[in-house]
Design a protein around this ligand. Structure first.
Ligand SMILES: [Zn+2]
Length: 347
């Protein structure tokens, strides 16, 4: 056997492997069929829980090992038990969604991005009324072809234009992440801080609202101390259409207590509070603690439509865990957005 031939024989499996691994990444998706399903750092129950998935959510399948599937979530990968999931091929998914084959751009300068995320670069600004063929879907984004390259547009943006809802365009929303800096807020069952949960929600909410065309400002842009008075005057000096103060509760002596509640002060803001409360409860399945009139400073001295939401009890260890997951945060955020959407539609 010639040396060269030997070399080729040795290389063959490697080449074959290369060929196989060159198939498009993440051709399959994992659909979650259970609530509060653990996502673990490895393929077995001995591995640490690093996240949680819920019914109906879909994640790219990275690999499989025995009864475990590796998925991509929140910029990392983790493992879920295959007993509680369905693996779907991308083709099936497109077939099921085949009623929508093209989109019409709802407004001028609509952002098209290089990937299915607001973190991805903007590669193109599309004109109102122009049409694009949908070539795929990923994580709530449509894949379209723009100037001979792949681009992504947020699904909600297109949907919004097809519904009768006036949406969030030209709305100014001030989000107030409660506490910050030396004021850590309430303390969770395992020592977590309310200020961090509040910021997580505020940040997610800001991103989603901006995608929908709103102007969004944070009354506390970072982990720093901001007085209640400055938060209020910030809202009062802006052209604020809605002010939402984000908080989390804690009653360490009653660790079983859970639920969501919304506060308003001025009578005319009761409606805004009701919409947000009912939509967040609907989106998260949380215990409904209702809406209450209360003289909290940030809403009492606010001359703009203002509410304060208490989005869960971090003194309940299970909730504290759940509230730290992006999946659950996204549910909260979609509830707030639906509530705001209804308020703007009927105000
Ligand atoms: Zn608070």
């Amino acid at each position: 056997m010639s040396r060269l031939y030997k070399k080729i024989l040795i290389l063959m499996p490697a080449l074959l492997f290369l060929q196989l691994s060159m198939q498009p990444a993440y051709a399959d998706n994992v659909r979650i069929d259970a609530d509060n399903l653990n996502i673990r750092s490895g393929p077995g129950t001995v591995y640490e829980v690093i996240g949680e998935a819920n019914t109906g959510e879909s994640y790219p399948l990275v690999s499989q090992k025995e009864e475990w599937a590796e998925i991509e979530f929140g910029g990392q990968t983790g493992w879920v038990a295959t007993d509680f999931i369905t693996i779907e091929t991308e083709n099936n998914e497109t077939a099921a969604d085949s009623k929508e084959t093209s989109i019409t751009i709802p407004q001028n300068n609509t952002q098209i991005r290089s990937g299915p995320s607001t973190e991805s670069d903007i590669i193109y600004f599309a004109d109102e009324g122009s049409q694009y063929e949908i070539t795929g879907e990923k994580d709530g984004w449509y894949e379209i072809s723009v100037e001979d390259r792949e681009g992504y547009i947020y699904k909600q943006l297109v949907k919004e234009s097809n519904s009768s809802s006036p949406g969030f365009k030209d709305k100014t929303i001030v989000i107030d992440p409660g506490h910050g800096g030396r004021d850590v807020g309430a303390i969770g069952a395992t020592g977590s801080f309310e200020k961090d949960f509040a910021f997580l929600t505020a940040y997610e909410l800001k991103q989603e609202l901006e995608i929908l065309g709103a102007d969004v400002m944070l009354a506390r842009p970072d982990d720093e101390f901001v007085s209640l008075g400055s938060r209020v005057s910030f809202s009062n000096t802006m052209d604020t259409d809605a002010f939402i103060s984000i908080h989390y509760n804690s009653v360490p002596e009653l660790p079983e207590v859970t639920g969501i509640e919304t506060y308003y002060f001025q009578e005319q803001n009761e409606e805004l509070a009701n919409y947000i409360q009912s939509e967040v409860v609907k989106a998260t399945d949380a215990n409904d603690r209702g809406t209450t009139q209360e003289n909290y400073l940030v809403i009492m001295q606010n001359v703009k439509p203002a509410v304060l939401v208490e989005l869960g009890f971090i003194s309940n260890e299970e909730r504290e865990d759940l509230l730290g997951t992006i999946g659950h945060q996204k549910k909260i955020v979609s509830g707030i957005i639906n509530g705001l959407g209804k308020y703007f539609a009927y105000e």
